[in-house]
Design a protein around this ligand. Structure first.
Ligand code: GDP
Ligand code: IMO
Ligand code: MG
Length: 429
């Protein structure tokens, strides 16, 4: 038997409803890894990071692209829109990043077609009041075609039958669109798509599962980058107000083709409070001026759609659930600085549903009103953005962190105190 070198795949993923600051954290940790791999989701993601003082939002490309020594992989679990990828290639080019050199794409990655976007729009429109609040990037329809065994994959682009396959699927989609009475002209979307696939074909299209496992075998270090958040997971999130992929750590295995025992650290990212964009239950949501203040101070507007994010206090019941599902080994708490300006903070430590107290996430969070049980904490009321070491952190912030650690049984090991690359404070494990 050949002796395995130390194998290691670490994961960074969101513990809430997305937008926890994963992009910044992946970018920060990227220099410690050889490969950064996206394992699920698609251009519904918007991962913000700063290169110098320049802000950049990535949708399809892994957040390791700004580190020359990192190889980036788009895994088979992702759904890929060639048009977004093409646009993103242009925007990173301005930073000297050449995707032909450091981006690899699994041939098994499913494609988002223009008609998937149209179907997303038509289906959301038809839902009326009960709409999910989808980003309308075609995510749901593309994953439906994957599980429905109709979808087209990146590897299909290289086959001469691609156009025929495309036309066949497009006809199928047209029937569905006709049922929705969707009559928007998508000719321009299709023109852009066919232009973009020429670019996509010029990139490194590989067998992703061999690509990653061979490198793991050689002792290379892999960081798997999650999109969305655990509460948006298709199985365990607040269904049906979720996305269409497995956002939790289990998604790494089928989204990249790595075996579970290869996964070591699961680094969960959580804001110091909570946000959600789109529809669906959110027990700690604040509809008052405190919620407004969180949105304003935290600049809580969607990185992909620009929509205002709903804001509320940290929900330890949801966070505990996410830690359980993911096997979280450490937590990065982001946006702690946003709480600098608050006299008092609150965290949710229980739910009351129909008069009964519970510490569990119910099967259906929309059937009955959930009343959060809140514990109050004194705020620290000082500017934390320049703090560099754990001893600099205000006593009240350390108490807040200690309480969360005790509640979750998992420690916050890093605190992010601003959007900048260097605004991260490491705490002891
Ligand atoms: P992602 O989808 O998880 O990568 O997160 P987004 O990029 O959608 O949203 C996070 C937002 O918070 C971005 O605008 C980041 O620049 C910003 N951000 C990240 N960490 C911090 C932090 O510690 N403090 C502040 N004030 N902003 C942060
Ligand atoms: P990142 O990776 C926050 C939400 C949408 C909607 C629901 C379904 O930036 O954290 P979809 O487009 O997947 O059909 O939308 O999921 N959503 C996100 N919310 N951050 C994201 O990604 C999201 N991706 C999808 O708002 O409620
Ligand atoms: Mg985001």
């Amino acid at each position: 038997m050949p002796l395995l070198k130390t194998t290691m795949v670490d994961v960074i993923l969101g513990l809430q409803w997305g937008d926890e600051g994963k992009g910044k954290i992946v970018d920060f940790f990227a220099p410690r890894y050889d490969i950064i791999a996206r394992f699920q989701g698609g251009p519904n993601a918007g991962h913000t990071l700063y290169v110098g003082d320049k802000k950049i939002v990535l949708h399809q490309i892994p957040s390791g692209v700004f580190h020359e020594q990192c190889t980036n992989l788009i895994g088979n679990g992702v759904v890929l829109d060639p048009v977004t990828l093409c646009r993103e290639a242009d925007s990173v080019k301005a930073f000297g990043v050449d995707l032909k050199k450091n981006l690899f794409i699994s041939e098994r990655t499913h494609l988002i077609l223009p008609t998937h976007r149209a179907l997303d729009k038509a289906a959301e429109g038809a839902k009326g009041e009960g709409k999910i609040g989808s980003t309308l990037k075609g995510i749901g329809p593309a994953y439906m075609d994957k599980t429905g065994r109709n979808g087209l994959r990146v590897g299909d682009l290289l086959h001469k039958s691609f156009t025929t396959q495309y036309i066949k699927l497009r006809l199928k989609h047209q029937k569905l669109l006709d049922n929705y009475n969707f009559d928007e002209d998508i000719t321009q979307w299709e023109e852009e798509f066919f232009e973009a696939i020429e670019f996509l074909k010029s990139l490194n299209i590989v067998n992703g599962e061999y690509f990653i496992n061979e490198r793991i075998q050689q002792g290379k270090k892999v960081l798997a980058e999650g999109a969305q958040g655990s509460m948006l997971d298709i199985d365990f999130g607040t269904f049906p107000f979720v996305t269409s992929s497995n956002t939790i750590s289990a998604g790494v295995c089928n989204g990249l083709g790595v075996a579970p025992q290869k996964i070591k650290e699961v680094i969960g990212v959580s804001k110091a409070y909570c946000t959600r964009v789109g529809g669906g239950p959110f027990p700690t949501e604040l509809h008052d001026e405190t919620g407004e203040k969180l949105r304003k101070v935290g600049a809580e507007f969607g990185a992909t759609t620009g929509r205002p994010r709903r804001c509320g206090w940290m929900d330890l019941i949801a966070l505990q659930y996410a830690c359980m599902l993911n096997g979280v080994t450490q937590i990065v708490m982001t946006k702690a600085d946003v709480l600098d300006a608050f006299e008092e903070l609150q965290v949710c430590t229980g739910y009351t549903i129909e008069g009964k107290e519970t510490a569990a996430i119910p099967f259906q969070m929309t059937h009955a009103a959930i009343k959060p049980k809140l514990s109050a904490f004194k705020g620290w009321n000082q500017d934390s953005t320049g703090m560099k070491s754990p001893t600099d952190l205000p006593k009240e912030m350390r108490e807040y962190i200690a309480f969360i650690n005790r509640f979750l049984g998992v420690n916050i090991t890093w605190v992010s105190n601003g959007p900048g690359r260097d605004q991260l404070v490491q705490l002891g494990r």
